[in-house]
Design a protein around this ligand. Structure first.
Ligand SMILES: NC(=O)c1ccc[n+]([C@@H]2O[C@H](COP(=O)([O-])OP(=O)(O)OC[C@H]3O[C@@H](n4cnc5c(N)ncnc54)[C@H](O)[C@@H]3O)[C@@H](O)[C@H]2O)c1
Length: 314
């Protein structure tokens, strides 16, 4: 099997690449990244070929065409949800995706790609795949445009499996390059490790469906073997508050400190997300199960051992 992970130097992409390398030593695994956001440090243990280039550049697509991939696991994207440059967002996320689907059509391979819970905006939970599609920002819209294009492609190419994964709030190792886009689990853990008060938007009761990165990796791998095409949610199915997240981090670190609450400066903000997992079960035959009581301590201990947290800007 010859597999390409786009965005392989990034957070989810690097976890996925390293897991594929470990699980399938006979496969040929390739990474594509333009290294605009991801870091080489995430790929130090990766022994396969790294292709450097942007998915928006025709030369990159020409290069990729020659490999005839059996599968593309597409994670590369402009992930800055606060970026208001609509043209840039649409070109990197939606437009480049069409070109990658064309590659998959030519090679008769398959596509698993990263969509996002941002397609739902502030629609009432639980978020169901087919309804409540009201993104609040152009990032969410760019992912919705990808999903719509994918549905059209699925209808036109029924023999080519395509699986879209709408990740909810992902947390876990290898995201320290993400700055303000890193998970709140990382940001809050670093604040507490530095002896600061953890900072939350008033009053920390907003709810999110927090999903551990290795569950997202598993969803991608299940997507590689899925017999049916479709778009699925990748969350735990259980929304939790930011206050609960802080409590688990404090308990793991053995620290007691009060939270500092401040006004939310954003006009658009998802106050409550929770995944409905009907299609996840049906198409992947599985759904994520790591709840924050298990995932956060795993991650916090990883941060303590592996991250130069004094240098992080939180
Ligand atoms: N992390 C989350 O909570 C989350 C939630 C929902 C969806 N997603 C989606 O998951 C995917 C992976 O996100 P992540 O959190 O790992 O982010 P990340 O920024 O760590 O990874 C994205 C990678 O893509 C690369 N990249 C960006 N533009 C590129 C381009 N034009 N050409 C080639 N490479 C490019 C970056 O250098 C980076 O390595 C993205 O599609 C993102 O939209 C993530």
């Amino acid at each position: 099997m010859r597999v390409l992970v786009t965005g392989g130097a990034g957070f989810i992409g690097s976890n996925l690449t390293l897991e594929l390398q470990k699980r399938y030593p006979d496969w040929e695994i390739f990474v594509l990244d333009d290294f605009s956001k991801g870091t080489f440090k995430n790929l130090i243990e990766f022994e396969g070929e790294v292709i450097t280039g942007s998915i928006t550049e025709p030369e990159t697509l020409e290069k990729l065409r020659k490999y005839n991939f059996d599968a593309i696991l597409h994670q590369a994207a402009n992930v800055d949800t606060t970026d208001m440059n609509q043209q840039r967002m649409m070109e990197v996320n939606s437009e480049a995706f069409k070109d990658l689907l064309e590659l998959v059509r030519e090679s008769k391979g398959r596509m698993v790609y990263a969509s996002s819970a941002a397609v739902y905006g502030n629609t009432p939970p639980p978020m169901r795949v087919k309804s409540g599609l009201k993104p609040e920002n152009v990032y969410g819209y760019s992912k919705l445009a990808m999903d719509r294009y994918a549905y059209r492609f699925m209808a036109e190419n029924p023999k080519i499996p395509v699986v879209g994964l709408r990740y909810f709030n992902v947390y876990g190792p290898r995201e320290t390059h993400k700055g303000k886009m890193a998970s709140m689990v990382l940001q809050l853990t670093v604040q507490i490790l530095k002896g600061k008060r953890p900072r939350l938007f008033k009053w920390g009761e907003q709810k999110r469906d927090f999903v551990y990165v290795m569950d997202c990796v598993e969803a991608n791998i299940r997507g590689l073997f899925a017999e049916k095409s479709g778009v699925v949610n990748v969350g735990t199915g259980r929304a939790r508050t930011f206050n609960e997240v802080v409590e688990i981090i404090k308990k793991t670190l053995g620290v007691d400190v009060e939270t500092e609450y401040f006004d939310n400066p954003y006009d658009f903000y998802q106050n409550y997300t929770e995944a409905d997992l009907t299609e996840t079960k049906e198409i992947l035959g599985w759904y994520p199960t790591v709840q924050i009581e298990e995932g956060i301590p795993l991650y916090v201990n990883w941060i303590k051992e592996n991250v130069n947290w004094e240098k992080l800007p939180y």
